[in-house]
Write a protein that binds this ligand. Sequence first.
Ligand SMILES: Nc1ncnc2c1ncn2[C@@H]1O[C@H](COP(=O)(O)OP(=O)(O)OP(=O)(O)O)[C@@H](O)[C@H]1O
Ligand SMILES: [Mg+2]
Length: 247
Amino acid sequence: MSDNPLQLDNVSFGFGSIAVFEKLSLAVARGEFVAIVGPSGCGKTTLLDLFSQFRAPTSGTIQCTGGVRMVYQHDSLFPWQTVSQNIALGLSHITDAGEQRRRIGEMLSLINLEQFGDTYPHQLSGGMRRRVELARALAGDSDILLLDEPFSALDYLTRLRLRNELARMLEEFPRTVVLVTHDIEEAAQLADRVLVFSERPARICCEITLELKRPRELTHPQVVQTVHRILAELGLEHQDRHLAVLA
Ligand SMILES: Nc1ncnc2c1ncn2[C@@H]1O[C@H](COP(=O)(O)OP(=O)(O)OP(=O)(O)O)[C@@H](O)[C@H]1O
Ligand SMILES: [Mg+2]
């Protein structure tokens, strides 16, 4: 067994006659932040489902060592529970009530929602709800975080803000992260490594490594260059030229 918390070796998977992966191999190192971008329907969500062992591969092996938390595109907070109670769901391993309260307070302050512990999800904005979901995912002692388009339902400015907040949260609560996103800027601003997937059956058609500390400026040359490379890889070069004209 390797030391990687997440690893696929020669994994094949399909839904009936739809081949999603054919002998896909990929590894994520401890503490690494990997972003995955690729065409709609290529298998990104399925990949997270394989990592979390929600689905089993047809062949090949999957290694996932450590607890996993998932954050989805859609809201998954329990509407009948307050913010604090939702966060407490991530803390079920802590039995001491005082220690649980202390941890909830710590997470509320991490997401700057100290005043909202007794509030219900419907009383929060979309961005606030996302922050609560991230706090719930980070509250426990799971060391792997799987994010499936966590910010895609938000407006552009809130997305920019939450990206930086996520970077800051990970400084405080380091995790091994796989982020699936359609937002190429988000991938370039956050990831240590960006994997660009092809159409089904998905293979990795390009891998870009960024050695740049977070949070990163959107306009940092390496971030801008990464955005251009991803666009070119996805066959969107004309948009790439368009951006260059605008720049
Ligand atoms: N439960 C399912 N039953 C049958 N086919 C499925 C199921 N879930 C996904 N698929 C198919 O598997 C393929 C990969 O789906 P998946 O949801 O992983 O794509 P994706 O890359 O996450 O797409 P998107 O970017 O639109 O979220 C698609 O062709 C989809 O139609
Ligand atoms: Mg998906």
